[in-house]
Write a protein that binds this ligand. Structure first.
Ligand code: T3D
Length: 274
């Protein structure tokens, strides 16, 4: 079982670590773990700290209670229709600039793999935050809702970039325009997520995957995500140029030497780079 770090159990974000796997648990179950400014700040600070901590080689994100995350907390004062007489200059652009964009960028630039264990409904920015993780595994009873259109908004937290790339334009528009609930099994079937598992197997499945990834050559994993994301904007030749640059760097790494030595010596490799 993961060991608890020194955070109170009623904190909006729980941080535990088991070996090299750190688990971040969104912990506002009475509001389905909806994002407040405080939770968004804690989440980004925790990801920054994990990125800087050499003892962390994989991160798991999950939610407490029956939901993963219901997106932006609609009771949060920052979610009032704008502008108001009291806050004439307030607008969602500032909120996205301050919270959601840095969070999505932080995820996409983590030096270690990030797994999402989607334990229940993931709606709005909660869905797109989950989908921005490297490996998304959902419980069978979980679901994904692009809830934005229901309240007159468009997908954010990277959703406009992610959705068409994950499932193609037609499916992305279907999900975003209708805002209907998509069950985890269907999400796996259309390629929105990597895997759907029985509810009782979610935590163990994701922990096993995270432990496996934590023992792999971390730098190569992060470079693979980076090269995939960049390749989506490049033509074939430029994508291969990026492969060439990254492979040159990885070929000089300790982990490459270790991987080859371990193979030739018929032993288990011990990877260290990050
Ligand atoms: O602010 C900006 O910059 C714009 C950014 C926007 C990003 C976004 O994420 S916009 C999308 C915001 N999210 C939503 O619109 C989803 C709203 N929630 C729902 O549609 C439903 O709650 C769910 C489909 C997620 C789950 O439905 P259900 O029936 O399982 O649960 P419920 O009864 O609706 O909710 C349970 C409780 O959670 C309830 O509180 P109560 O009545 O028990 O005291 C409900 O109010 C609360 N809750 C659910 N979602 C939110 C929430 N409280 C605050 N904010 C929420 N987003």
């Amino acid at each position: 079982m993961p060991q608890s770090a020194a955070v109170p159990s009623d904190a909006p974000l729980l941080i535990t670590q088991d070996g090299a796997v750190q688990t971040l648990t969104l912990n506002r179950p009475s509001a389905l773990n909806a994002f407040t400014a405080e939770l968004l700040t804690l989440l980004r600070e925790a990801l920054d700290a994990a990125a800087a901590d050499a003892s962390v080689r994989a991160v798991v994100i999950t939610g407490a209670g029956r939901a993963f995350c219901a997106g932006q907390d609609l009771n949060d004062p920052m979610t009032r229709p704008h502008p108001t007489p009291e806050a004439p200059d307030q607008h969602f652009g500032a909120l996205l600039d301050k919270h959601y964009q840095p969070l999505a960028l932080r995820l996409s630039s983590m030096p270690v793999p990030v797994l999402c264990a989607v334990n229940g409904v993931a709606a709005g920015a909660g869905a797109n935050f989950a989908l921005g993780c490297d490996l998304v595994v959902a419980a069978q009873s979980a679901s994904f809702i692009q809830a934005f259109s229901k309240i007159g908004l468009l997908p954010d937290c990277g959703g406009t970039w992610l959705l068409p790339r994950l499932v193609g334009r037609a499916r992305a528009l279907q999900l975003a325009l209708l805002g209907d609930k998509l069950g985890a099994a269907d999400a796996q079937q259309i390629g929105l997520i990597a895997q759907c598992v029985p509810d009782a197997e979610l935590a163990a499945t994701v922990q096993a995957l995270a432990q496996k990834l934590a023992a792999m050559p971390t730098r190569a994993l992060a470079q693979t995500r980076r090269a995939f994301d960049r390749a989506l904007q490049l033509d074939f030749e430029d994508a291969m140029r990026i492969e060439c640059q990254a492979q040159t760097e990885l070929g000089r790494s300790f982990d490459f030497q270790e991987g080859v030595s371990a193979f030739l010596q018929k032993r288990k490799p011990v990877f260290q780079d990050r």
